[in-house]
Write a protein that binds this ligand. Structure first.
Ligand code: SF4
Length: 442
């Protein structure tokens, strides 16, 4: 039997920041039950994989971890194996068919039930808890964040947009904004634990409050409240949906000194016909106009984006429009992916799927274009002095090498004689590569 002394928990997290944030919540809930986190799965008696289903490769990766853990369980049958996250939400008890050694499957809405579910495994061989509506916590709970300078804070869950390629509205449910008072309490707690930066999280973070009756519940007002917390030096928010960014939000970001000039705004494609088939609710022209408006307000702002290539029916000309928008905007960073059909989404059923070969070839061309854009963007920092929040340190040849991020979310490395972790410092930039900037402390 597992005693309180040897309850060891290992969590493998795949996918987006929302999953990482959920894993922190899971760790906190189980810590309250006496579990200690370990970084070595071989030391753990409870193994949890928090899965992502945005692409087929991420789903396959989850089952590959389970396969390895299944072998460990054959040698030590007391190990409990748990699957959660978006794959669990979709597959439910079908997970047991593909991975019969799994003990518990729980969905994205059932995280707060986890301590009870784990206890129930003492009397049950296996359990599946997947609901389509959230099971709310019965009392206060702890979020066990990884130590660091930056903390994620989820403010809105789910999504109402149903883009034709995306699984999120099916796995995470409809949009649900958290209460401002709960968010502010958690933000105060984050500050008390020594974090210096808060990153507000949501699949469509700037639609925060759209599902509430009170018009004062919105992202701009939330930023103003979090801005008042003394020990927090910086605030960011991700991910933005282009049509949700209001003039009020732009003005608020501009006026609040702690809110960084950084917008992650997925455009996905640069051609209007493709955007329409994706059911994105903006045109190429509207997206460009939005970016111009933000840049007019904050000239140094960083604009990053996501792209999908090889969407069903995408022609060579349409793909070239996507390459063209990268040239036109010059993004600071982009996540790119070849389209991956996901069950239950409309686009997966369409018969004009693009071959793997063409998808791969277009993805390579897209990545080359993104590299050109990022290099151009990084070079604008050369010979400037920029504010950096120090997040990491390492020692090399008796020197301390520090790294951190600029307000625009660029990574900067520089030498220092002192440990400046968690401090805001000024760095003169003298090297710009695709991955990072390098400079000297001023
Ligand atoms: S807005 Fe984002 S999360 Fe929502 S359906 Fe579209 S791609 Fe998915």
């Amino acid at each position: 039997m597992t005693t309180k002394m040897n309850k060891k928990l290992y969590i493998e997290t795949l996918g987006c920041q929302m999953n990482k944030s959920d894993s922190e919540l899971i760790a906190g809930l189980l810590q309250d039950e006496g579990y200690q986190l370990t970084e070595d799965p071989r030391q753990a008696n409870l193994l949890i994989i928090n899965t992502c289903s945005i692409r087929a490769t991420a789903e396959d990766k989850a089952y590959s971890y389970l396969g390895v853990w299944g072998k460990m369980k054959r040698a030590n049958p007391d190990i409990k194996i748990v699957m959660c996250g978006c794959v669990a939400q979709q597959a439910k008890d079908d997970v047991f068919k593909r991975a019969p050694y799994v003990d518990l499957v729980f969905g994205t809405h059932n995280i707060h039930q986890l301590p009870e579910l784990i206890k129930s495994l003492d009397n049950e061989d296996r359990l599946c808890a997947v609901t389509t509506t959230p099971v709310e916590p019965s009392s206060d709970y702890t979020v066990k964040r990884q130590d660091g300078i930056s903390a994620w804070l989820p403010i809105i869950e789910g999504c109402d947009y149903f883009c034709t390629y995306c699984i999120v509205p099916y796995t995470r449910g409809r949009q649900r904004s958290r209460k401002p008072e709960d968010i502010l309490r958690e933000a105060e707690d984050i500050a008390k634990h020594g974090f210096k930066e808060i990153i507000l999280l949501g699949q469509t973070v700037d639609s925060y409050g759209n599902d509430c009756d009170d018009p004062d519940i919105n992202l701009a007002n939330l930023l103003k409240e979090i801005h008042k917390i003394d020990d927090i030096l910086r605030i960011r928010f991700v991910t933005s949906y282009p049509a949700d960014i209001t003039d009020n939000l732009i003005e608020t970001v501009k006026n609040l000194s702690k809110v960084c000039e950084y917008f992650h705004i997925p455009v996905q494609a640069g051609n209007n016909a493709v955007l329409k088939r994706m059911k994105r609710r903006y045109t190429r022209e509207e997206y460009i106009e939005l970016v111009n408006k933000i840049r007019k307000s904050m000239p140094n702002v960083s604009i990053t984006s996501d792209f999908i290539t090889g969407f069903p029916g995408e022609t060579e000309e349409q793909f070239e429009d996507t390459l063209g928008i990268i040239d036109e905007i010059v993004f600071d960073h982009c996540n790119t992916a070849a389209y991956s059909p996901r069950k239950r989404t409309p686009a997966a059923t369409w018969d004009d799927q693009i071959s793997q070969e063409v998808k791969k070839q277009r993805l390579n061309r897209l990545n080359d274009k993104v590299k050109e854009s990022v290099i151009k963007s990084n070079q604008r920092f050369l010979n400037t002095t920029t504010e950096v929040l120090v997040e990491n340190k390492k020692e090399e040849n008796n020197k301390i090498i520090l790294s951190g991020r600029t307000r625009e979310n660029k990574i900067v490395h520089f030498e220092s004689e002192q440990d400046l972790m968690g401090r805001l410092v000024n760095v003169q930039i003298n090297e710009a590569s695709i991955w990072c900037l390098k400079g000297d402390l001023t």
